[in-house]
Ligand binder design. Structure first.
Ligand SMILES: Nc1ncnc2c1ncn2[C@@H]1O[C@H](COP(=O)(O)OP(=O)(O)O)[C@@H](O)[C@H]1O
Ligand SMILES: [Mg+2]
Length: 269
């Protein structure tokens, strides 16, 4: 069984989608089989991966019984990355995905996908919608891109509480693999202070050592619908994602080895 990792945050525009795509690409280059699950009805990941906004084949169609799991998996020719969309094109589809009756089937679909790939990376929409809750409820671990902005950091404890509640109520095995400082402007002293303060105040395992720099290369990559590493001139950024992917694999293995016992639940971190 592969591992299912949710890339999530309480905030939008913090790099969830870009992180999912680029870490996915790095994991694939390292020889892992990877499926990207676009958990945002607005299909940001499909667009970032240059796969357009197709809505006629996805989780919704699978749940409706019109398509099999195989039929909703789109595999890219070159990278070998696989992609599944929500298949949502109108509000009623979202309601259908979020219905209590759909929960079990959705959960099973994600677990079945995890049976076929080494890693299923779920790119969620921001916040705590029912769909995000359900998707994270089927994940083994969560990664959170975190911009070094005061309000983002101040609202972090509330989101960690949400993840803890998710663990207590829906997915007892859910673990926090770590936060990744994203869009880091190394010339901004406030941001550097925030990173230093956070690293000092929390256990080392809370934050990935590798950070994602703020760089206009990401806009160029988005415009072409490719991971940033596809451009030779951005080799350094691609190396950063290889480091992040390596760290993610190591962190996730550690979380698995920690295990838990029925008398003593293991900690979120
Ligand atoms: N490290 C970065 N530096 C500069 N721009 C970035 C970076 N990461 C993402 N972006 C850009 O910021 C926007 C939001 O990123 P995205 O990954 O879609 O965020 P989210 O999924 O959290 O809403 C996109 O236009 C993306 O190209
Ligand atoms: Mg997104």
């Amino acid at each position: 069984m592969g591992r299912t990792i949710g890339i999530t945050s309480h905030l939008g525009g913090v790099g969830k989608t870009v992180t999912t795509l680029n870490i996915g690409m790095s994991l694939a280059s390292m020889g892992h089989s990877v499926l990207l699950l676009d958990g945002d009805p607005l299909a940001g990941l499909s667009l970032a991966a240059g796969q357009g906004r197709r809505t006629d084949r996805g989780l919704y169609q699978y749940l409706q019984g019109s398509h099999s799991l195989e039929e909703i998996i789109h595999t890219a020719k070159d990278s070998g990355l696989a992609l599944v969309r929500t298949g949502v094109s109108e509000p009623a589809h979202i309601f259908a995905l979020e219905q209590r009756a759909a929960w079990e089937k959705l959960w099973q679909a994600v677990r079945q996908l995890a049976d076929r790939y080494d890693y299923v990376l779920i790119d969620t929409a921001c916040g705590q919608s029912s769909l995000t809750t359900l998707l994270l409820g089927s994940a083994d671990a969560v990664v959170m891109p975190l911009p070094c902005r005061t309000l983002a950091v101040k609202s972090l404890p509330l989101f960690l509480q949400f993840l803890l509640r998710l663990r207590q109520t829906i997915q007892p095995d859910l673990r926090f693999a770590g936060a990744i400082f994203s869009m880091v402007d190394s010339l901004n002293p406030y941001e550097m202070d925030i990173i230093a303060d956070l690293r000092q105040s929390f256990p080392a395992s809370t934050f990935f050592s590798t950070v994602i720099p703020l760089d206009r290369a990401f806009e160029k990559a988005a415009a072409h619908g490719v991971p940033v590493g596809m451009f030779r001139e951005y080799d350094d950024l691609a190396r950063g994602y290889t480091d992040l992917a390596t760290e993610l694999v190591q962190r996730d293995r550690k979380l698995q080895n920690k295990g838990g016992s029925s008398e003593q639940p293991d900690p979120l971190f």
